[in-house]
Design a protein around this ligand. Structure first.
Ligand SMILES: C[S@@+](CC[C@H](N)C(=O)[O-])C[C@H]1O[C@@H](n2cnc3c(N)ncnc32)[C@H](O)[C@@H]1O
Length: 416
């Protein structure tokens, strides 16, 4: 086991690595935005949610002379901070009814987690917290049953921070999305380890086949000429497979570099709702250089993309310069996409977001901005939800509709 993740009986905490800090920052930022978004309505007085940490570890790390929260404490702190933040200035108090489920298959890690929680004042019988010792897969049926028994929509976040790529089967992710409409999964996946260990025989193993890896996939990987481009392309094809087999509608694959292991890790966010994906994307822009998203930021297809071979600078790093490039790419790519999807009829902005959501590094605000530019250039017309024309330059909303302009334009030369 990697020594940066060993919690022993002596109580000595493992030293936290840089990429683990980044990963936990992303989790924390996402949870903050998540709670702020789902409790927008001042009349709402209760939020039921289950937070599952399927690979919880021992709860804390050493960071120099300081102690740093591991994922179970990041989850607990996020709930408590959200309750304080969201109740400030509220006439009607909001109760966040959160259940936290922690799972780890290493008895010493479970013992360390219990110690850490006790040390921070959580009672051993705290009704909000359940700790399971054993594998995530083994405990998933019970977890699912607990969620479905008490939560109609199954609002939940599963943080699945496995070591490699073999402890979260695609079938488990499908189980989650089949039964829980409001579930989201944040999956750690050692994408480079999988590629580095892949051999001809892998194509016959269920472990690899569940990710759509067959003999052709392995042969393409072995035939690569340019190491870094070949790797980027294969990573991308693998992401497309994982998305397909996960059963999630939305998939945001972002990459995290591990300096210790010299390889890329993928932190994938999976959900059934475009709004959830948009929030995660916002976090990636916030975190900037820590994550490198492979591919252009405008509109792209997951899987093989020849542009990656032609142009190495189609690597997007989430910096302000990239935002400018992204904007230009979207201005060029969106009109034909809008036209294709609308197919002659008015197109709701929400539908456009759903359709392009998986294929851009742009957030909804980026897309609104570009639509507004296109409306000002009279390339598109925007109608309010009630069908009334909106003045070009007014803020676009998800409920608006897009129609083609009555006059031919640069992007739409003929009237359709
Ligand atoms: C990367 S560490 C988790 C770190 C933790 N999520 C954090 O951010 O602080 C992975 C943990 O998963 C546990 N583990 C390994 N295989 C597992 C499995 N199949 N099911 C549940 N836990 C597992 C290990 O004992 C280890 O504590």
């Amino acid at each position: 086991m990697a020594k940066n993740f060993i919690w022993g009986p002596d109580g000595v905490l493992p030293r936290i690595e840089e990429h683990t800090k980044r990963k936990l920052d992303v989790l924390k930022n996402y949870l903050d935005i998540y709670f702020d978004t789902v409790v927008r309505n001042p009349a709402q007085d209760r939020l039921n949610i289950t937070l599952v940490d399927g690979f919880s570890g021992g709860g804390a790390y050493a960071d120099g002379a300081e102690t740093r929260a591991g994922s179970p404490l990041v989850l607990l702190n996020a709930v408590e901070e959200a309750a304080t933040r969201l109740n400030a200035g509220r006439a009607k108090p909001l109760e966040i009814n959160a259940r936290l489920i922690f799972v780890d298959d290493e008895p010493e890690h479970v013992a360390a987690l219990r110690r850490e929680l006790r040390g921070r004042g959580y009672a051993a019988d705290d009704p909000r917290i359940t700790i399971f010792e054993g594998t995530f897969v083994e405990h998933l049926p019970t977890i699912m049953q607990q969620i479905t028994a008490t939560q109609r929509k199954g609002r939940s976040i599963f943080f699945l921070d496995q070591f490699g790529y073999s402890d979260v089967p695609m079938s488990s992710i499908q189980t989650i999305f089949k039964s829980l409409d409001r579930a989201e999964v944040v999956l750690n996946f050692a994408i480079d380890s999988l590629l580095n260990y892949m051999q001809d025989a892998s194509a016959d193993l269920p472990l690899y086949r569940q990710f759509g890896i067959d003999a052709r996939f392995v042969a393409d990987w072995k035939r690569r000429k340019d190491e870094s481009m070949g790797r980027a392309l294969t990573q991308r094809a693998l992401m497309a497979h994982i998305h397909t087999y996960s059963g999630a509608k939305f998939f945001t694959p972002f990459m995290l570099w591990s300096r210790t292991d010299n390889r890329w890790m993928m932190l994938a966010h999976l959900s059934q709702h475009q709004a959830a994906r948009d929030k995660m994307l916002g976090v990636h822009w916030q975190e900037q250089n820590s994550f490198i998203h492979v591919g252009s930021g405008g509109l792209f297809n997951l899987g093989y993309d020849a542009r990656l071979i032609e142009s190495c600078d189609s690597l997007l790093n989430f910096t302000e310069n990239d935002r400018t490039t992204l904007n230009k790419e979207l201005v060029n790519a969106l009109p034909s996409e809008v036209h294709r999807i609308m197919n002659g009829a008015p197109l709701e902005v929400s539908r456009l977001l759903s359709e392009v959501g998986n294929r851009t590094a742009g957030t909804n605000d980026d897309i609104f901005h570009v639509l507004s530019e296109l409306a000002q250039a009279r390339e598109l017309e925007v109608l309010s939800a009630k069908g009334k024309p909106k003045r070009a330059g007014t803020r676009i909303s998800v409920k608006d509709q897009l129609i083609l302009p009555s006059q031919p334009t640069l992007f739409f030369p003929a009237k359709w």
